[in-house]
Design a protein around this ligand. Structure first.
Ligand code: C5P
Length: 336
């Protein structure tokens, strides 16, 4: 067995837990020749978790249960499966004794919601197989494999609050203090990340520059070509202060106008959240989930009740951030 040498015997299954993310800043550059966009983003992992269990098997398989399970592909396009394939390609076929691996994904993170749920499952599968096979890869080597699978996968491994550069896959932990209380409002619809980036490019082309955000004074709509994105130093200072009242007004998302153009009803949710005292209200990533920053745990509960009652979303969840990245939470073993 190539797996980790546990005293209790041969490892037969490993379970990892992995968080959803919101973006505190998401600044998008112009489209690159490869179709991606250079980003400067500040990722923030929140306490909404998927769990992934991997076990040796005759062939690679995926089973998905839970939130949005019907929308998750079970073929070779499944991100967790692609992550396992990328890891095997990196290590060589001798990295595992069994010919395949069974992947069981238990979902709580909604699918195609701007919360990087698919990337989270890929990160969990990487962390779990890394443990199952005792690969000896360093965290950075594992993140390099992750970035082959998707732009958000490396962050899901890291967790916490982190700056993302490049496609978002070059991640560095950010200096941040405090615990932040959020309400996530889940929409009935799904949005494809690629479609939202394409809508962002179209909006910018039609406006001759970067679109400003509704009610967003910090990014007035400039004209001219889109420049390289810059890290918001005021946001970084707010994160060091740990004060949600400082952070709230600084949340920005260049993809928000595009997400709103595709799902205009999201505006009602953002407005309702602000009316109920949210310190910040922003579309999460490519949407359609909206994230609302609350003053504290009690305010988050009140805000969640108000948003649920306003009928502006499918359902709500209260979460805290920062949450840890992909973490091994269970190892099953049998006597050797
Ligand atoms: O990397 P990932 O597979 O998660 O990206 C999904 C899609 O989102 C890409 O195919 C691309 O259209 C868009 N994207 C982008 N620029 C990024 C990240 C994602 O254009 N930095």
């Amino acid at each position: 067995m190539t797996g980790a040498g546990y005293d209790q015997g041969i490892v037969t299954a490993v379970t990892a837990r992995v968080p959803a993310k919101v973006n505190l800043q998401l600044s998008v550059g112009p489209p690159r020749p490869d179709g991606y966009h250079d980003l400067v983003t500040v990722f923030h992992a929140v306490s909404l978790f998927d769990e992934v269990t991997v076990a040796p098997a005759e062939r690679d398989t995926v089973v998905v249960t839970g939130e949005g399970d019907g929308s998750v592909p079970l073929d070779g396009s499944n991100l967790a499966l692609r992550a396992v394939t990328a890891l095997v390609d990196t290590l060589g076929p001798g990295c595992r004794d069994a010919p395949g691996v069974s992947i069981e994904i238990r979902k709580r993170i909604p699918v195609a919601a701007g919360l990087a749920g698919g990337s989270a499952d890929a990160a969990a599968a990487l962390a779990a197989c890394n443990e199952l096979w005792g690969t000896g890869l360093s965290p950075q080597e594992l993140r390099d494999v992750a970035s082959q699978v998707g732009s958000d996968v490396a962050f899901a491994l890291l967790g916490g609050t982190a700056i993302g550069l490049g496609r978002g896959d070059q991640v560095t932990p950010a200096l941040a203090t405090g615990t932040y209380h959020w309400v996530l409002a889940f929409a009935a619809a799904e949005l494809s990340t690629a479609a939202v980036y394409a809508a962002c490019d179209r909006l910018r082309a039609s406006r001759g520059g970067r679109p400003g955000q509704p009610g967003e004074a910090r990014h007035p709509a400039p004209v001219g070509p889109v420049g390289p994105p810059q890290l918001d130093t005021a946001l970084m200072t707010a994160l060091r202060s740990g004060d949600p009242a400082e952070l709230g007004p600084l949340l920005t998302n260049d993809l928000q106008p595009a997400a709103l153009s595709l799902l205009p009803d999201l505006r009602r949710g953002l407005t309702a959240g602000r009316e109920h005292g949210a310190l910040g209200a922003v579309v999460s990533g490519s949407g359609p989930t909206c994230a609302f920053l609350a003053r504290d745990a009690r305010h988050a509960r009140d805000l969640a009740v108000a948003l649920a009652g306003a009928g502006v979303c499918r359902t709500v969840a209260t979460v805290v951030g920062p949450a840890p990245g992909a973490t091994i939470i269970g190892v099953a073993a049998e006597k050797s």
